[in-house]
Design a protein around this ligand. Sequence first.
Ligand code: AMP
Ligand code: GLY
Length: 425
Amino acid sequence: MKLLVIGSGGREHAIAWRLAQGPRVQKVFVAPGNGGTAREAGLENVAISAIDKLAEFALAENIYLTVVGPEAPLAEGIVDLFRSKGLRIFGPTRACALLESSKQFAKEFMSRHKIPTAEFSSFDTAPAAHAYVDARGAPIVVKADGLAAGKGVIVAMSADEAHRAIEQFLVERTMDTAGNRVVIEEFLDGEEASFIVLADGEHVLPLATSQDHKRLRDGDRGPNTGGMGAYSPAPIVTPELHARVVREIIQPVLSGMVEEGHRYIGFLYAGLMIDGSGNPRVLEFNCRLGDPETQPILLRLKSDLFELIESAMDGRLARVKAEWDRRAALGVVLAASGYPDAPEKGHVVTGLPAAGEDFRVFHSGTALKDGAIVTNGGRVLCVTALGDSIKMAQRRAYEVVEGIRFDGMHYRHDIGHRAVAARRL
Ligand code: AMP
Ligand code: GLY
């Protein structure tokens, strides 16, 4: 059978590569894909992005199942559209995707269903927002309500910084309509972890845990990015904490959705902050897999991803277990000069190795041009390796990085530093 993966990042390269290994899968189209998916066996790029055109393509090509990578088409209602045409598609409906596409919705949903998160208030006018910051003081966090590609969150260490963020979002409209409203919330301290599950409307299958590195520079300094590297598992998520997250956060999302008349089917990602006493609270929900967390997670997945998704589509997740490589995996993002603001494009990438038993280079911002791989985005590649410990996966990934070159290439040298320093794995 033929499948379709929507998106163009490293996450989608990893999803499509894993799906193509399913014994029942003949071919995986990737729309629009990248240079890596153009060259991968079993995959084929199609240059389509508009959701109505994607539905036409799926009908014409007799696509058995579509898997959505990024949040934008989900927020636009691609799942509702495909379903209305009788097409099978894996992802939450537009109503469920509000968990990611509106921070105010997500916060109010969490209040309604008693899911632990930071205290908050939301505002659509600047004076009231400024007054709230004055009353609360810093540190405090200002978030644009809508989708902002990782740029809508200001963790303000001073009240001045929070006031500036309010002016930018609500008055100068730097985020356009995504900033029509702001959510202002309590600053949470602790360690972050990404908790991602497959959901079938009622039951969930947790994927391996992971941790992302959002800041651009070593030592978690510099601006926030989409993510500069990730590893799996996240040792901070102990078995006890794992059980609590499912019980106190993930299951209440599904049952809350049912109470409100919806079934959450798709990937569900909870970005967690774990405080010094080990209590988890939700920073954000995403209604999709994470990028780059997906790359190390799927490198470790031994089960057939296609069958897991089928089980979720059919409401059979309660009876399914996933098998994982016991080794850890770690991915290092190689970024273009100018990332995250204005990445340079069009540089030739050299030294790309063929995949080995213990590593694989996933492409993000690349294109295939006259037979060569050229840079075509901010995050260019994610070099992902397996190892008996996070430290060994880290060593292997950086060895592979050594051979790869493109003009302006830069990356963090400390992916995995927390887990390695804590010697927890
Ligand atoms: P979000 O897009 O909501 O996950 O926010 C992006 C990043 O901002 C998170 O990964 C955290 O590093 C940080 N962040 C968000 N909310 C808070 C908060 N309430 N307290 C501290 N840091 C936060
Ligand atoms: N790496 C964080 C995200 O995908 O949202």
